[in-house]
Design a protein. Structure first.
Length: 84
């Protein structure tokens, strides 16, 4: 059950990321980072492997992803169990 929850959460996060080949709108107009654009780097466990993944994002993007992950987890927890 916990593994299924982790997998669903990972899929929700992966679906929110743009494709590697698609140019991001932010990158097109990106200039030098302002001092207020702090970068946040975290090391996350990657599903299906022992290796960890280091993710670095600006503070606003990191907060947006955290909120999306929290909302996805809340939705999954509200689904009633349909076991036999």
């Amino acid at each position: 059950m916990l593994m299924l929850l982790g997998l669903a959460l990972a899929l929700a996060v992966a679906g929110a990321e743009p494709a590697a080949g698609a140019p991001a709108a932010k990158d097109a107009k990106a200039g030098p980072h302002k001092k207020s654009d702090e970068m946040v780097c975290v090391t996350k466990a990657k599903v299906g492997t022992r290796f960890k993944e280091r993710v670095c994002l600006d503070k606003a993007e990191y907060q947006r992803r955290q909120d999306e992950e929290r909302k996805a987890l809340d939705r999954m927890q509200r689904i009633p169990y349909q076991g036999s």
